[in-house]
Design a protein around this ligand. Structure first.
Ligand code: XIL
Length: 358
């Protein structure tokens, strides 16, 4: 008996030590991470493979990088990421097909530099989506089709981007239709930030309700999850998930990080008198926030281990470790941030242990 126990320990314990986020959450939802092509051949590759079972290209599939000229696509990085995922049997979330940022210079202009018409712009959107979604058909299970179309200004519904000023609201439903035609099996998401602030929850809800009523093929809503140790609280997070679920939509957390600073929109330089150390107090507050959020994610999860058949079908982190995060430069240039579950040496933080000990 003792011998059997010993053999069992030998086989089982090292396995447990090797467990990553994806294993702890196996019965709940896939756990993903946003990456560059470069990070898949570098020092973080093992950590990625151990911890995650879903990948989002952080920038490689955005329209600017992947479609730099009207008649030229740059598939290199996107292909490398998708190939890596096929080889390692990881899911891929495509990000994104229609956004007001990181657009290529040619997109909204004709050969004479004049703003294009709505017809031309919708045709360009169609060509783009057909090419990109078509290329990865069957390999990308979900797409962020439209990103951040709702305005920051709470008095209006849609952001006054060139997409909107040229096409009106129609570009949104068109983007979903083109994506659905290019891959009828792909899940299609509307993705946005600050979705847990009540006034924004409401406007995103109105938009999605309107799209669904018009028969637009939309599977779910992506809550980006660029959160902080200050927000959202548990009630706002639960309410948001329930509200979208009531529309019959799936919900995914698509870009999770927990900043140690309050939300700011205005870009600025880091001031030398501002402390950007990761203090033990911040580490504890962040661990508490992550713990609370993941308890809610488990309650709302869709997988077989979840208490109910909830709407939440995925959680993706935006970057791998605190060594490098987009928040080091956003919105405050040169201010170090520590928003992830792995520290600057790639080691699990207090927050990691809170997320996996349940
Ligand atoms: C960010 C990337 O992480 C940065 O590398 C890039 O410079 C700017 O975009 N919302 C989104 C993501 O939907 O695409 C953004 O990604 C972060 C905010």
């Amino acid at each position: 008996m003792r011998y059997i126990l010993f053999l069992f320990a030998l086989a089982y314990l090292p396995g447990r030590a090797q467990q990553g986020l994806k294993d702890y959450y196996r019965g709940y939802f896939p756990v993903g991470v946003a990456v560059s092509a470069r990070s898949l051949t570098g020092p973080d590759t093992n950590l990625i493979l151990r911890q995650f079972n879903s990948i989002t290209p952080e920038n490689a599939m955005k329209m600017g990088p992947i479609h730099p000229e009207e008649n030229r696509y740059n598939w290199k990085d996107a292909d490398a990421i998708v190939d890596f995922c096929v080889r390692h049997r990881l899911r891929v979330r495509g990000h994104n097909l229609c956004w007001h940022e990181q657009t290529p210079a040619w997109l909204f202009k004709d050969a004479n530099g004049a703003t294009v018409t709505k017809e031309v712009l919708l045709q360009r959107l169609k060509d783009h989506i057909t090419a990109v979604v078509g290329r990865y058909k069957g390999k990308i299970y979900a797409w962020d089709v439209v990103n951040e179309a709702v305005a920051d200004d709470s008095t209006r519904l849609l952001r006054n981007s060139p997409w909107y000023s040229i096409c009106g609201e129609e570009f949104i439903e068109k983007a979903f239709e083109y994506a659905h035609a290019a891959d009828p099996d792909a899940q299609l998401f509307y993705n946005d930030y600050n979705t847990e602030r009540p006034e924004k929850t409401e406007r995103v809800y109105q938009l999605l309700k309107h799209l669904l009523a018009a028969g637009v093929p939309i599977t779910g809503v992506g809550l980006q999850g660029h959160w902080s140790i200050f927000e959202p609280g548990p009630a706002a997070l639960r309410t948001t998930i329930h509200r979208f679920a009531a529309l019959g939509l799936k919900v995914q957390i698509t870009e999770l990080d927990v900043s140690v600073y309050p939300w700011e929109k205005q870009r600025r330089q880091h001031r030398p008198d501002e402390n950007d150390e990761f203090t033990p107090q911040l580490e504890q507050r962040q661990a508490d926030q992550y713990k609370q959020m993941f308890a809610i994610f488990r309650e709302e999860a869709n997988g077989p281990a979840a208490p109910a058949h909830g709407p939440l079908t995925g959680v993706t982190f935006w970057n791998i470790t605190d060594r490098h995060t987009w928040l080091d430069d956003y919105p405050v240039l040169g201010r170090k941030n520590y928003p992830l579950l792995f520290d600057t040496n790639g080691q699990p933080k207090k927050a990691f242990w809170e997320v996996v000990n349940f």
